[in-house]
Design a binder for this molecule. Structure first.
Ligand code: ZN
Length: 191
């Protein structure tokens, strides 16, 4: 997309894909929506296209993102949900005016109240977070096993034993780290 910016990680769950726009939270954090334009890009690839975004709207988006991260993390470890995070999620949900539209192909689309209404898009993301934190969808919130990540993700595997937020990134890195650790312990085993 835009050279110089880190790629997006696209998951199947809108709310946790959104919290994934800040990755490696417990390591060297990578901000994937550093500018309003990047938020526009992210919303576009997630079916919530807007024409423009102000710095204030980007701030609202990041506040919502961190609130979802805090509430989803608390839910994953069965802690009390933080009141300030709930306030932000509920405010964003209440202020969004997006409408769900059914297409002729039987797909759901979101129609925003105006082409620049980032708040409507944030309302959709907040409502998505509410549905997974409230346990209304088939799956379970869990924390990524990578020590530098620990992102909250929504496990929809049948056994509910997924360990990583993403197999392609955190999963592979952990496997490689374990492989190298084993080689150090047992240098001959690799020969
Ligand atoms: Zn992870």
């Amino acid at each position: 997309m835009h050279a110089g910016f880190p790629d997006f990680r696209l998951g199947k769950v809108l709310a946790t894909s959104f919290t994934g726009t800040l990755s490696e939270r417990r390591g060297n954090a990578v901000e994937r929506i550093p500018t309003p334009h990047r938020l526009v890009d992210w919303l576009t690839v997630n079916g919530l296209a807007v024409d423009s975004c102000t710095t204030a709207q980007l701030d609202l988006a990041r506040e919502l993102r961190e609130s979802i991260h805090a509430a989803a993390t608390a839910a994953a470890v069965q802690d009390a949900l933080p009141a300030s995070a709930l306030q932000v999620i509920n405010d964003r949900s209440a202020q969004g005016r997006a409408a769900a539209i059914l297409t002729a192909e039987g797909k759901r689309q979101w129609r925003l109240s105006s082409a620049s209404c980032v708040e409507d898009a944030l309302g959709v993301i907040a409502a998505d977070a509410i549905s997974i934190i409230a346990g209304e969808r088939d799956g379970k919130l869990a924390l990524c096993a990578s020590p530098t990540c620990q992102a909250a993700f929504f496990d929809t595997s049948q056994s509910r034993t997924r360990k990583w937020c993403e197999m392609n990134t955190c999963g592979n890195r952990q496997k490689k780290a374990r492989f190298h650790a084993n080689q150090r312990k047992n240098p001959r085993s690799a020969e």
